[in-house]
Design a protein around this ligand. Structure first.
Ligand SMILES: Cc1ncc(COP(=O)(O)O)c(C=O)c1O
Length: 378
């Protein structure tokens, strides 16, 4: 967004201001569907759970990946109104519960909806049998996540060698495995992770079918990379690989779904923050701003996100630090930003592409409320 527009919004709404542009959400969704026409997108709500985002994506035709009961109900509330008009409505078409570990209470509460849920262990299978026997199952596999910004394999996914037992055990318990899923790690720029994952998955899928287990769904997870900088390979290049590999490795009747999070929302948002303090520490300028790692910049910690800062004013630039407003010394957003050294208290900075894993994991630490969220073009 143009700088003068940002300043106009700041004048009206104050700072810190987190602006979400819904036109970009729609563009991202359409770009995804155009590049991967056979893949139904289930937006991973965890990336940014703002109800307005869910609504915009729902209106575009998106389905949703949820990780908790609250996320499930947020999405369900929306589709419940719509289902009255759609007689052929089937909950799996709109929601997948893709957290492989669910507490018993959650399983009991969602059972009446006959949900589609993932699992990756024998213990989870037993729990689902006891507390959610109306569910359809997706077995999540452990796959390589080399080089991804956020790795997944150390916490999630069944070892491929255990897959056939996990499938058999499920059917023995009277539960139906509908398909397989994986996640190659978030912001995956190493496309070999996807090709390896598809190769592992197809071996298990085709073998299961040979043994008479009618698996139908392949869920290729998230990880689709955002162009944070010019080193990131283009998403369309990945889509081309995926289309070819999906056609080559799986029978034509396989239903392919994905769980993009970051890809739909990262580029939609800009944060404007304000310099509230300035100090020279060990000969470096420290700008203290009114947002930090406990708030909108939480992604610097949880998402290994590399922040960017831009100034509205020009001037000779030097390396300076940008830190948050709390009285915790951990609250340092960046120690090496290239910014004009003559900025002062009351000047504004803006940060782009901050829509994913930012406000979603913000806290109210030290009594700071966090940024005001503003939706535009919705
Ligand atoms: C199960 C699952 N699916 C999808 C996503 C979204 O991933 P991304 O934002 O990389 O697309 C995540 C992210 O943590 C996840 O855990």
């Amino acid at each position: 967004m143009e700088k003068y527009k940002l300043l106009k919004l700041v004048k009206k709404h104050g700072t810190p201001l987190f602006i979400i542009d819904h036109e970009i959400i729609r563009e991202n969704y359409r770009r995804f569907r155009k590049a991967l026409p056979k893949v139904q997108a289930y937006y991973a709500v965890k990336a940014n759970s703002e109800p307005e985002i869910i609504k915009t994506l729902f209106n575009e035709g998106s389905s949703f990946d949820v990780a908790s009961y609250n996320e499930f109900i947020e999405v369900y509330g929306l589709i419940d109104k719509w289902r009255e008009k759609k007689k052929e409505f089937f909950i799996w078409d709109k929601i997948i519960f893709s957290n492989t570990i669910k507490d018993r209470e959650t399983l009991r509460k969602i059972n009446k909806y006959g949900p589609l849920v993932t699992y990756d262990s024998f213990d989870e299978l037993k729990k689902i049998r006891e507390s959610c026997n109306k569910a359809g199952l997706i077995l999540r596999l452990k796959v390589p996540d080399t080089g991804s910004q956020v790795e997944m394999a150390s916490k999630f996914g069944a070892e491929p060698g255990d897959a056939s037992n996990l499938i058999k055990k499920s059917f023995d318990l009277g539960l139906k495995v509908e398909g397989l899923s994986f996640h190659v790690g978030s912001q995956c720029t190493n496309f070999e992770n996807y090709t390896s994952a598809l190769s592992i998955t197809s071996g298990i899928f085709n073998e299961a079918r040979k043994r008479g287990y009618e698996l139908d769904i392949i869920d290729i997870g998230g990880g689709f990379p955002v162009l944070y900088d010019s080193n990131v390979p283009r998403f369309e290049k990945l889509a081309d690989i995926l289309n070819k590999e999906l056609n080559r490795l799986f029978p034509e009747d396989t239903e392919i779904i994905a769980e993009p999070g970051r890809f739909f929302v990262a580029t939609t948002s800009t944060l404007v923050s304000e310099i509230i303090g300035k100090a020279k520490r060990e000969n470096k300028v420290f700008y203290h701003i009114n947002d930090g790692v406990y708030h909108t910049f939480s992604g610097v910690v949880y998402d290994h996100w590399i922040p960017n800062f831009h100034s509205f004013k020009r001037g000779k630039k030097e390396i300076c630090a940008v830190v948050g407003p709390t009285c915790d010394s951990f609250d340092k957003i960046s120690l090496a930003e290239h910014l004009p050294c003559k900025l002062g208290i009351g000047d504004f900075l803006y940060t782009e592409n901050i829509g994913a894993y930012s406000t979603a994991s913000s806290t109210k630490f030290n009594g700071f409320e966090g940024a005001k969220i503003l939706h535009i073009n919705n």
